[in-house]
Design a protein around this ligand. Structure first.
Ligand SMILES: Cc1cc2nc3c(=O)[nH]c(=O)nc-3n(C[C@H](O)[C@H](O)[C@H](O)COP(=O)(O)OP(=O)(O)OC[C@H]3O[C@@H](n4cnc5c(N)ncnc54)[C@H](O)[C@@H]3O)c2cc1C
Length: 302
């Protein structure tokens, strides 16, 4: 029974970042519990790209292999559960999962990721990660040179348009309502043959997540093969904030160069801490976290 066991480290989130931290700590002989609610942000994506040695594999394949490798280390335990609470104690922290079970730990790592907030456009959520895309470096190559849209307005639209134009010349910006771009910005986009459509969107017509048409409120439609969007987000877990970890104005857990949050003994890594949202970066930050947590544990006892 896991209950009441004292761990060196509890890692919350057992996706790429949490598992990378776990591997480093397992190799450092630390007793680690990884608690994961198995709800990663990219779960709907059929193929994950741009992660060396695993390019094109499904997110599940990558994470299953990672879990198998991490569990080879006998001091690592993996628990499928949702963390619902945590408090500071004299020796570290006590955390609680939804069944009421609690676990004590010297250090805490949050690798809990973020939750994208879908717009209320029917069809959008079904296409997310399949043909409605967050990042051209992850999925742009697969839809290169195709009829592509960007769903954005204002500064975000002006930032995304040049970026996405790297992958296709057939690009339209859908502002879904009156454009808030400046005249200068509009002129620059038009100079690069990027059309701007302000008509309000009714829904996305799609088959199994593959977008076919944008349907507008006025009844017209526009065919597209891919649509890019940058969504607002919230922290996947509110517990870091409840424990006092500072959140940046952008909405990320504030960390230093050693992945330490603003609360002593709590570390964070992966999407919950950075805009640089890739599997490779999540793994890199996780590995660094594992090393830094172990270093702190050594320094406290040596
Ligand atoms: C649609 C989409 C497609 C993407 N495609 C690519 C791609 O092709 N290539 C690429 O490099 N990157 C891609 N990314 C980015 C990549 O998926 C993320 O950077 C990466 O998943 C971040 O890893 P993470 O471990 O920080 O967070 P996540 O993978 O989101 O995992 C967080 C984990 O924490 C768990 N968790 C959260 N709260 C709790 C709690 N309270 N208790 C227990 N567990 C909890 C969740 O269940 C989840 O398992 C994509 C992202 C999205 C959204």
């Amino acid at each position: 029974m896991l209950h009441n066991k004292q761990y060196d480290v509890v890692i919350v989130g057992g996706s790429y970042s949490g598992l990378a931290a776990g591997m480093a700590l397992g190799r450092a002989l630390r007793n680690v519990l990884i608690i994961d609610s198995v709800n990663p942000c990219n779960k709907q994506t059929p193929h994950s790209h741009n992660f060396l040695t695993n390019d094109g594999k499904s997110p599940k394949e990558i994470v299953t292999l990672a879990k198998d490798q991490v569990q080879m280390y006998e001091t690592i335990e993996l628990l499928d559960a949702l963390l619902v609470g945590g408090i500071k104690t004299e020796s570290g922290f006590e955390v609680q999962i939804e069944t009421g079970e609690t676990f004590s730990t010297k250090k805490l790592v949050f690798a809990t990721g973020i939750k994208d907030i879908m717009p209320e456009i029917p069809g959008f959520a079904e296409c997310w990660g399949i043909s409605v895309l967050h990042c051209p470096y992850c999925h742009g190559y697969e839809v290169r040179h195709q009829k592509t849209g960007i769903l954005a307005n204002g500064e975000t639209a002006f930032e995304l348009s040049p970026l996405i134009s790297n992958w296709t010349n057939d690009l339209t910006l859908y502002t879904n309502g009156k454009s808030t771009l400046t005249m200068q910005q509009v002129e620059k986009l038009q100079k690069h043959n990027i059309n701007i459509v302000e008509t309000v969107i009714e829904q996305l017509e799609q088959q199994n997540g593959y977008i076919e048409n944008i349907i507008f409120k006025d009844g017209r439609k526009a065919p597209v093969k891919a649509l890019y969007a940058r969504l607002p987000f919230i922290q996947h877990s509110s517990i870091p904030e409840v424990l006092g970890c500072e959140i940046t104005t952008e909405g990320y857990i504030k960390i230093d160069e050693s992945q330490r949050t603003t609360i002593t003994g709590i570390y964070a890594c992966g999407d919950s801490t950075t805009r640089m949202r890739t599997v490779a970066n999540a793994v890199s930050m996780g590995t660094t976290t594992g090393l830094m947590v172990n270093k702190e544990l050594i320094e406290e006892n040596f």
